[in-house]
Design a protein around this ligand. Structure first.
Ligand code: SF4
Ligand code: F3S
Length: 107
């Protein structure tokens, strides 16, 4: 199993999650972060850190978010590692909680 970053991270990217990961398995794209499932050790530390509540265990993904498990696996192979917190994206607070952000995902 692994933990998965889901839709509500898109256009927010608060990055609090990367600060606590003991194995540095977050990877960064233009407006979204993903977790490499081959590196994640299921420590659970990142889940409560996300202000957007975007992180879930793979077997507890909310309805409609199942596709993000595959997306995390795919995109983590292409995107660079991120290990330090940075400022959220402009407008992150406004985008937090908006639905159907998947169409805005930039690769
Ligand atoms: Fe990293 Fe632990 Fe979160 Fe996995 S569950 S991404 S190891 S902080
Ligand atoms: Fe995204 Fe939440 Fe991390 S918004 S960058 S998963 S803290």
């Amino acid at each position: 199993m692994a933990f998965v970053v889901t839709e509500n991270c898109i256009k927010c990217k608060f990055t609090d999650c990367v600060d606590v990961c003991p194995v540095d398995c977050f990877h960064e794209g233009p407006n979204f972060l993903v977790i490499d499932p081959d590196e994640c050790i299921d420590c659970t530390l990142c889940e409560p850190e996300c202000p957007a509540n975007a992180i879930f265990a793979e077997d507890e993904l909310p309805e409609g978010q199942e596709k993000f498990a595959e997306l995390n696996a795919e995109l983590s192979k292409n995107w660079p590692s991120i290990t330090e917190v940075k400022s959220p994206l402009d407008g992150a607070d406004e985008w937090n909680g908006k639905e159907n952000k998947i169409d805005l995902l930039e690769q």
